[in-house]
Design a binder for this molecule. Sequence first.
Ligand SMILES: Nc1ncnc2c1ncn2[C@@H]1O[C@H](COP(=O)(O)OP(=O)(O)O)[C@@H](O)[C@H]1O
Ligand SMILES: [Mg+2]
Length: 470
Amino acid sequence: MNLTYKLFLSVLISVVIFFGLFVTVVIKIEKDKVNEIFYSKIEHNKEIYSASISTLLYTLNEDVIKSMITSIYKDKEIAKLELIDNSKLIKIKIDNKTYKNENLVKSLISLKYNDEDLGKLIIYYSKDLIFEHLKNYQFIIFSFALLLTLILILILYFFINKVSSSLKLLTKASVKIANGDLSQEIKIDERKDEIGILSEQFNLMRKALIRRRKINKRQLVELKEKDLILIQQTKMAAMGEMLENIAHQWRQPLSVISTAATGAKLQKEMDTLSDTELTSILTSINNSAQYLSSTIEYFRGFFDPRNNKERKLLISSIIEKALSLINTQFEDKNIQIITNIEDCTILSIENELIQVFVNILNNSRDALLKIESKEKLVFIDTKVKKNSLIIEIKDNAQGIDERIIDKIFELYFTTKHQSQGTGVGLYMCENIIRNHLKGSITVKNVSFKYKDIPYTGTNFTIKISLKHLK
Ligand SMILES: Nc1ncnc2c1ncn2[C@@H]1O[C@H](COP(=O)(O)OP(=O)(O)O)[C@@H](O)[C@H]1O
Ligand SMILES: [Mg+2]
């Protein structure tokens, strides 16, 4: 049931109740009034007739009495008349009218003259006239009330309709707004009532929303710009982590090349360079150059945009590629990487996952370089468990201070010197794992034994769902 209907119905009910009561009360008052007049008339007649007819009866003037009684009987309200003479000389009884109402009111008038009881006059009054009058009265009042009710209902209907059509407009517009359409302005003619205020406020709200939407769009653009800057920064950070590795991998072959070339030049100047020696030097230079070109392949792959597409990949191959990017450095610094891989296919962007491994491994390297222990260990374990791939990367670098462990995934959080740390690495890892792989990455400090020797360190756990591959 809509609002208009409810409003209309409740108003209708109240109007009907009001007029019902009004009609009942008015009719009751009229009835009382008419009855009072009726009975006072009876009393009045009693006095008059008692005096006049007693005198006539005393003188036994029958003709006059008869004409008198006949004239009394002309009264429309008198139904029957009866004169009883105690001397039994005169007897009059008139009853020739038709009356509907059997409930006659009897009025007994004693006829006396000088204390002598002469007889009695009995008059029966009929209430037909009163009923007739009341019926007409009722009809008029009822018609009047009905007419008034109709007029009132019409006026109310007009008002309610006007209010409800405005409300309907408002409802329509608010539904539109709720659905994100801000194009509809509410046009309600100038009014100073609540509806007018409501629609005015509504239009103001709509304008505010339009303004807000514009601001939101601008903020979105700004956010996107910020995002782009951040992506740029993370790329630079990733590049930095990689370049460090390249520099490391190239140092040794480059020094081989340079030593061989300077040696050959010196020998040539002293004229001691034999052909076989030259061949062996050139071979060694060539070998080193080959090595350089093979390592650059790995890095080329990492920066190759073709590897930025989502593909089905073997986790073992990703780990292998990540390790080939960092292994020289780790070997140089006596860091052992122990892998225990349960292989499986995942859907991912190769470069991104490699970046995750490189970032975590580089952090372990940085932490391991700070410890005294001779044994510098990193473990990489992968396991497939209930439709999930679980990757654990663990080191023995004594772990992370519990006071900061909750902060390490935050952007720009670093404990390293400005020239070394950016605080971008783990933020990027979490971003890739959570947003691109819909997985999770967590960290905890662990104590463990390797070859019966106890160690403590950091353990990163990455969980990736494999469900979508099935
Ligand atoms: N394996 C780890 N051992 C100890 N501390 C770590 C390890 N990995 C990360 N951290 C801590 O987390 C911080 C944030 O790491 P990251 O986001 O990669 O930034 P950055 O390496 O540039 O400092 C590091 O500065 C370091 O304090
Ligand atoms: Mg780092």
